[in-house]
Each structure stands twice: as structure tokens, then as C-alpha cells.
Design a protein around this ligand. Structure first.
Ligand SMILES: [Zn+2]
Length: 60
């Protein structure tokens, strides 16, 4: 379902699984949440710092 290469850090919304952040640098969840005003831009789910899904992949 996800094509192409993933950036090292990808953060998904727990509810709708839209991508909230993709980046080469590891970013604290708090910072990502702040960028979205504390909620998912797609489904409006309130984001909290702990249950956010973070996936870190290494590109060789
Ligand atoms: Zn969402």
C-alpha cells in the first residue's frame, strides 16, 4: 500500500492512518503534534504525545 521508499521517520494518525509527519530527522512527537495544532488535519482526532504511532525505518 505504501509505494516507494519511506523516510526514516513516519508518524501516522492512530485513527485514520494518514501521515502526520515524514522526515529524515527524528522529531519529538510533541513537536509534530504542535505543527498540527494538536489534532489530525484529516480526521480531526485529538493527538496526544504518548499513543502516537511512530515508525522508524532505515534506508540503506
Ligand atoms: Zn486522523
Amino acid at each position: 500500500m505504501l509505494g516507494g521508499k519511506l523516510l526514516p521517520q513516519t508518524v501516522f494518525c492512530q485513527k485514520c492512518h494518514s501521515v502526520l509527519y515524514e522526515g529524515a530527522d527524528l522529531t519529538p512527537p510533541d513537536e509534530i503534534i504542535q505543527k498540527h495544532d494538536g489534532k489530525c488535519p484529516k480526521c480531526g482526532k485529538k493527538l496526544s504525545s504518548i499513543p502516537i504511532e511512530v515508525e522508524v525505518k532505515t534506508i540503506e
